[in-house]
Design a binder for this molecule. Structure first.
Ligand SMILES: Cc1cc2nc3c(=O)[nH]c(=O)nc-3n(C[C@H](O)[C@H](O)[C@H](O)COP(=O)(O)OP(=O)(O)OC[C@H]3O[C@@H](n4cnc5c(N)ncnc54)[C@H](O)[C@@H]3O)c2cc1C
Length: 302
């Protein structure tokens, strides 16, 4: 029933005035300009959170577009440093041209990593759908051979992730662990929420025991509790991990508790002109997200 409601909502949204969509998208997106995102980042820093900034967009159509996005990110590293913001950057490979050419994409990431190095910063390579997994991990390996301040993402819903992690550990590895947001077929991905959560914790154990730095990215309160139990069991060093959430997702005071317990918490803050197209594409790919939006609209109204 809920799935039907979600699909109906996704169908309906393009017919709503853009200003209305902006009212609820605004909760999840930190504006369109660099100034706006830096102001949000500064507020989050003041409240004890670090940030990772993402310029909205993906699947660019031309090499020039990919180069322009690269320059925008290079500029953003400079702005973070100039503003004294505690934060790094997350980038989707198809936003830097992965669909067009692996070589172009690698060159663009190389420029970003030069900028990150210059400012003693870090670059996270977001993970997109399973169509990009192999190429994205190869991109990471190529870059990690030349730079230290770069890290990939592993998705707990993918059956392959444990094998991928086994191949990556041994190097100084810093990875983000998330459930995964794209709709994937059952032969390559777990669909059952319980199975995804069990794999998430198994991957967290594998990562921590393997000596990796792990960024634990979830809003799932029970999963956060299970992660904390594991951290305690393994006596994992707090300096080897952090928690991550998306900007705007209600967390009922949990983030402040994590900060109080001495954990680093980083907020993923997307911004940019492409917020509308990006939001709609996400919703069409995975209508279940519409349920969250619907819930948030009613939550805010009540
Ligand atoms: C920092 C960060 C980076 C990420 N990077 C990637 C990536 O590179 N690749 C990728 O595939 N996926 C990425 N994701 C998305 C992730 O894979 C999940 O799809 C998403 O976080 C929802 O899963 P969950 O772990 O929060 O658990 P869920 O079980 O989906 O959600 C738990 C609860 O959190 C709340 N919630 C979750 N999401 C939202 C939302 N958008 N709005 C409102 N409430 C919400 C709901 O109350 C829900 O009941 C990232 C997530 C985070 C937090």
């Amino acid at each position: 029933m809920m799935a039907l409601v979600n699909r109906a909502l996704v169908w309906f949204i393009p017919y709503l005035p853009k200003a209305f969509a902006a009212r609820f998208a605004g909760r999840y997106v930190a504006g369109e300009s660099v100034q706006e995102v830096l102001s949000v980042a500064r507020d989050l820093n003041d409240r004890g959170f670090e940030v990772t900034l993402d310029i909205l967009g993906e699947h660019v159509a031309t090499s020039q577009e990919a180069r322009d996005v690269t320059q925008a990110y290079v500029h953003l590293y400079g702005e973070l440093a100039a503003g004294g913001i505690k934060g790094n950057i997350s980038v989707k490979p198809t936003h830097l041209g992965l669909d067009l050419s692996a070589e172009l994409c690698r060159d663009n990431f190389g420029q970003l990593l030069d900028a990150a190095q210059q400012h003693d910063n870090f670059l996270r390579i977001d993970m997109e759908s399973s169509r990009q997994t192999d190429e994205t991990l190869q991109l990471y390996r190529d870059l990690a051979a030349r730079y230290r301040h770069v890290g990939p993402v592993l998705q707990a819903y993918l059956r392959r992730s444990s094998g991928d992690l086994a191949q990556l550990t041994g190097e100084p590895l810093n990875f983000r662990l998330c459930k995964g947001i794209y709709l994937e077929p059952a032969d390559i991905a777990f669909n059952d929420p319980g199975e995804i959560n069990r794999n998430f914790i198994a991957l967290l154990r594998q990562g921590l025991e393997g000596g990796a730095y792990v960024a634990i990215a979830t809003h799932d309160q029970r999963l956060i509790s299970a992660a904390l139990d594991l951290i305690k069991e393994l006596e994992a060093d707090q300096a080897r991990l952090e928690f991550q959430v998306l900007y705007g997702v209600p967390m009922q005071g949990r983030l402040e508790q994590l900060l109080k317990a001495g954990h680093k918490v980083r907020v993923y803050v997307p911004f940019g002109e492409k917020w509308y197209d990006y939001g709609l594409r996400r919703l069409k790919e995975n209508p279940a997200i519409a349920g969250y939006i619907l819930k948030n609209i009613f939550h805010r109204a009540s």
